[in-house]
Write a protein that binds this ligand. Structure first.
Ligand SMILES: Cc1cc2nc3c(=O)[nH]c(=O)nc-3n(C[C@H](O)[C@H](O)[C@H](O)COP(=O)(O)OP(=O)(O)OC[C@H]3O[C@@H](n4cnc5c(N)ncnc54)[C@H](O)[C@@H]3O)c2cc1C
Length: 547
């Protein structure tokens, strides 16, 4: 059997390695148009920032490694020009010699990845404007920094790559401005969670411009449609990627609605004996059961391995993804899994959401707060997604959520998880457990939550409502939500006779716990409709103080 693979980064090399493990006799050839193979694209920002000292650490394997270890031929600087499904041939050009040849496959794997999506901005083709997708891009950027010594960088796009590059350019002493077309940074997060990231960037001295319409890049500035400009000696365009599917499209291989190659659970395309994996292919979203495009290295490795198994007769089947992602921005860690609030609403779920602010470990051991937003389906109690912004320990919590959601957990299952506890690592009730308790209370124990958006809508609605600030009076005096009455929790039991039990009541404290205690008192005293403000005053303030 002759296996041809196009693309030799994460998916292609994973497919080759797995195919070889299963089948010692197959001829396996990978064609790669670039020079570098099997590299860690995810590590590239950290090379720019000096945390990775030598770029060779990101490219530990070459063609000789694959030949020696796997008996796989990796032909670099070989571009596949076309696929001919009728006679199972591909046409390949050797980019060094310009020779063109044909090769024949029994199984063909497309692992052509993604390319940077570059918006049509005037001046984008200049020498000081870069995208960061490959090792070659990284070398170009590093050479420019070393030779031209730029002082001011502008980054267009605030997805995780833009944010990682931002941190790393700051590490090497550059002034960085972050420019984002949307009204929020980190577009994969809900806007309320993104506010924490934006605020943190500002605290770190990074100017952030959201809602920006970049019109032009000049030799010294990024210029907006309104005429304002940000000075920049170097510009990084981090505006996302699109699947690299031109070869597939020309060969008549079916693309899905997302624009990436449509594959089934066995990574098969619509063409016999042609498979696709990694960033060029769609994935199955576990919660919705629908195809999504979520180009990540974690998924590329997984789908590559499954492809290698399937083409050699193995029994692996792709189970789907949650699109779990995580990134660091300075000391902050941001992570998400499953559906965001906006995605869940768009999918038609009637959702409960909670914001839970808890330290990752006791404060006496230096614990720092994380904010966990969870989304669950009200009808079934099933968890749909989680987003976390914090510092230490965000990584393990998001993986607990990802695992729980993968296995169909309901909110009420979370408090029963037997999670590890010792003070250096967690609190006696882990933040994940608290999130489950809050959601369960909201969904099935008559303790509903109201978020900042809904509270604002209520305040504008003209309906009669009572908003109770259950914190101490000093905290109320420092700052409170307009129209809130100060009734500290300890006095609430004796103060309810002056309140209208038929009006909607909303309670809040600083983060939510005392707000819930106040909610319990009002419900016990016969108030008809009582909500606790999700995430309390602290979350409300963060969301409202955004500009
Ligand atoms: C800066 C950065 C940071 C990242 N950080 C993370 C992270 O922290 N976590 C995470 O999960 N993911 C991360 N990613 C994403 C991850 O790197 C990609 O998902 C992964 O590289 C995809 O692998 P792939 O093999 O599918 O595609 P690619 O890496 O795009 O490789 C495809 C290869 O196919 C070759 N090719 C294409 N067409 C042809 C042709 N016609 N002939 C021959 N060769 C061809 C290309 O030259 C390319 O080398 C990051 C990406 C970047 C750029």
């Amino acid at each position: 059997m002759r296996v041809l693979i196009i693309g030799a980064v994460a998916a292609g090399t994973s497919a080759a390695a797995k195919a070889r493990r299963n089948d010692e006799s197959a001829d396996i050839v990978i064609y790669e148009k670039d020079k570098d193979i099997s590299y860690s694209g995810c590590g590239m920002p950290y090379y720019l920032g000096g945390e990775v000292k030598d770029i060779a650490q990101l490219t530990p394997r070459d063609a000789a490694f694959f030949k020696n270890k796997y008996n796989v031929d990796v032909l670099t600087r070989h571009e596949v020009l076309s696929i001919h499904t009728g006679n199972k041939q591909i046409v390949v050009k050797n980019l060094e010699t310009q020779d063109v040849m044909a090769d024949t496959y029994d199984k063909l794997v497309l692992a052509t990845g993604a390319v940077a999506a570059v918006p049509p901005i005037k001046g984008i083709a200049q020498k000081h404007v870069f995208t960061l997708r490959s090792i070659a891009d990284t070398r170009r950027i590093k050479a420019f920094i070393d030779e031209s010594k730029p002082q001011r960088a502008a980054i267009i796009g605030s997805g995780y790559i833009g944010l990682e590059v931002c941190e790393n350019l700051r590490h090497i002493g550059m002034d960085v401005t972050l420019i984002e077309k949307m009204q929020q940074v980190a577009p994969r997060l809900d806007s309320d969670m993104a506010e924490y990231v934006k605020k943190y960037l500002k605290d770190k001295g990074v100017p952030v411009i959201t809602g920006a319409d970049v019109k032009e890049i000049s030799s010294r500035a990024v210029i907006f449609s309104g005429g304002q400009a940000v000075e920049a000696d170097m510009v990084l365009v981090c505006t996302g990627v699109r699947p690299n599917v031109s070869l597939a499209k020309e060969a008549g291989i079916l693309l899905g609605e997302t624009g990436a190659i449509s594959v089934d659970r066995f990574m098969r395309t619509n063409m016999k004996d042609i498979y696709a994996c990694g960033d060029c292919a769609e994935q199955l979203q576990l919660v919705t059961g629908k195809p999504v495009y979520c180009p990540l290295g974690s998924t590329a490795n997984k789908t590559g391995r499954i492809t290698g198994d399937v083409i050699t007769g193995g029994g692996l089947e792709f189970q789907g993804i949650l699109g779990t992602g995580i990134f660091r921005i300075f000391d902050m860690c941001v992570a998400h899994t499953g559906l965001s609030e906006s995605e869940a609403v768009a999918e038609g779920f009637d959702i409960a959401i909670s914001h839970n602010i808890k330290p990752n470990r006791p404060e006496y051991l230096g614990g720092k707060e994380m904010v966990i937003k969870t989304v669950a389906d009200k009808a079934t109690g099933r968890l749909l997604g989680a987003q976390i912004v914090g510092y230490d320990g965000v990584d393990k919590r998001i993986d607990v959520f990802a695992t729980a959601i993968t296995f169909g957990a309901k909110a009420k299952d979370l408090p029963h998880l037997d999670l590890a506890y010792a003070p250096p690592y967690s609190t006696t009730k882990d933040p994940v457990i608290y999130s489950g308790m809050i959601l369960e209370n909201a969904i099935s124990r008559g303790r509903p939550l109201m978020d900042a958006k809904a509270l604002d809508a209520l305040m504008r609605s003209g309906r009669e409502y009572t908003l109770i600030d259950a914190r101490e009076t000093e905290q109320y005096s420092d700052a409170h939500i307009e129209s809130a009455k100060s009734i500290p929790h300890a006095q609430l039991r004796k103060s309810t006779d002056k309140l209208n039990k038929d009006a909607v009541a909303v309670t809040y404290c600083n983060k939510g716990v005392t707000g819930n205690a106040a909610q319990n008192i009002l419900l016990a005293q016969g108030f008809k409709e009582v909500y606790n403000l999700s995430g309390g005053h602290k979350h409300y303030k963060t969301v409202k103080n955004s500009d």
